[in-house]
Design a protein around this ligand. Sequence first.
Ligand code: SF4
Ligand code: SF4
Ligand SMILES: [Zn+2]
Length: 499
Amino acid sequence: MKQIGKVGTVCPECLRSIEGIKFVEDGKVYIKKECAEHGAFTTLISKDINHYLKMEECFDVDRARVKAPLTDVNKGCPHDCGICPSHKQDTCLAVVEVTDRCDLGCKYCFADSTADASSDPDMDTIRGMFEAVKACSNDPTCVQISGGEPTLRNDLPEIIKLAKEVGISHVELNTNGRRIARDQDYLDSIKEAGVDAIYLGFDGVSDDVYMQRTGKKLFDIKAKVIERCEKAGIGVVLVPLVAKNYNLHEVGKIIEFASKHVPTVRGVHFQPVFYSGRSPAEMEGRTTILELLEEIQSQTSGQLKVENFTPSLMPTAHCGATCLTLVDDSGFIPLTNVSMGAIKSKSDVANKTKKSIMGRWKGSTPDLQPVTKPSCCDLLTKTALSNASKTEGTSSCCEDPKNTIPLETIPMESSCCRSSGGWADFIEMSMNKYLTISTMAFQDVWSFEKERVENCCIHVVTQDGKLIPFCNYNLSNCNGDFLYRSKNNKENKTIGIEK
Ligand code: SF4
Ligand code: SF4
Ligand SMILES: [Zn+2]
């Protein structure tokens, strides 16, 4: 056993702040911690120290703090959320939950599907939640309207309009898609209200998967949503919750399905299941980022390799991984690779992520594209790629508006313009045939690292106008008691337990 660092963490029983260590044994990385009252706990956080360190090598981003903290430093992280003045990262995405109700009783979920409409926040409360985002976070602001299932609210179009009225720049909708699939008028009304993107729960391409989680055949419904969004010009991000013994065997098919629906489908964002209010025995399905990436490599026949996934522009190297790829008739042309070295973020990570959300995941209609049209290098937010060409004595093609730099002078592996037809083809392909494949490693009470949450840029807004980093918001002890979520909804103590 070799210790590689210290870690601020919490006791899985009492949630008290305690110190722990990170250590390596048999090439695997673990966190070990000990509470004076509840004993020692050891958790695997990566099965490969080499991959773990590689991700750290590839991570080098600037940070910016929120505009105005909303709480004081009192008990110490993670017990002062709100955002408190110690928090080191601005908001990139604020999650506003507008209902706890849901029309599916999913096996893995945070929402309390038994809640009734009387528990929904009213419009004044929701206005206060949007205003809290504006007060705390720097512009531009991105909000994800979430739940429960937000489309159970008939006044969702008014909520979206309200967000825009308050000055939220980008509004995406997190949905299971059932209402959109059956109600064209409803989709028309949320589009008219100004929704910018749909974040669609999409766990697989077979009904077997949906039957296992929900007891319902949902694949045709998901396909219908994409068809309708294509006609409406609304961008869609597919969001599979991933677990072993559930849908890990379908990740390749999900990516293949997505690739056939670009540019309407802008990305696939895999969310490995994590412990939140569940008993540890139910966490056998949990998968690490590396295990997911290995499955993607295997199930895409090596077209997308583990090394094509670089650290996401997120708080730390271990919060997520992203691959940006072009899609053509022959398959995938991945644009990112850890061999490019450290990400050189030109601006702070929250700002960069907001641009990414607003640019890459927005709608696909031609009239939307000029607003969001990225340069070749913007598409490659891992700008190590263009930096590489500079250090080798060439300029990035993106710095030359007329593209007079001969492509052959740019090394193939570091060129932004890798398509055989050069600049014009590349831009055409980039605009219409790119796909972002990403994943986020949410933390739980076992894997919890203070350094990650104090740098977190995804913040859940509470009904009393606080912003709580997502992993803290969903943090529960091993008895299912939440640190924050249950304070927002006191009845919601059993969130995540199979219904
Ligand atoms: S996670 Fe951030 S806001 Fe919450 S207590 Fe820690 S530093 Fe403060
Ligand atoms: S939500 Fe959790 S995993 Fe995601 S960025 Fe925040 S701390 Fe990292
Ligand atoms: Zn304890």
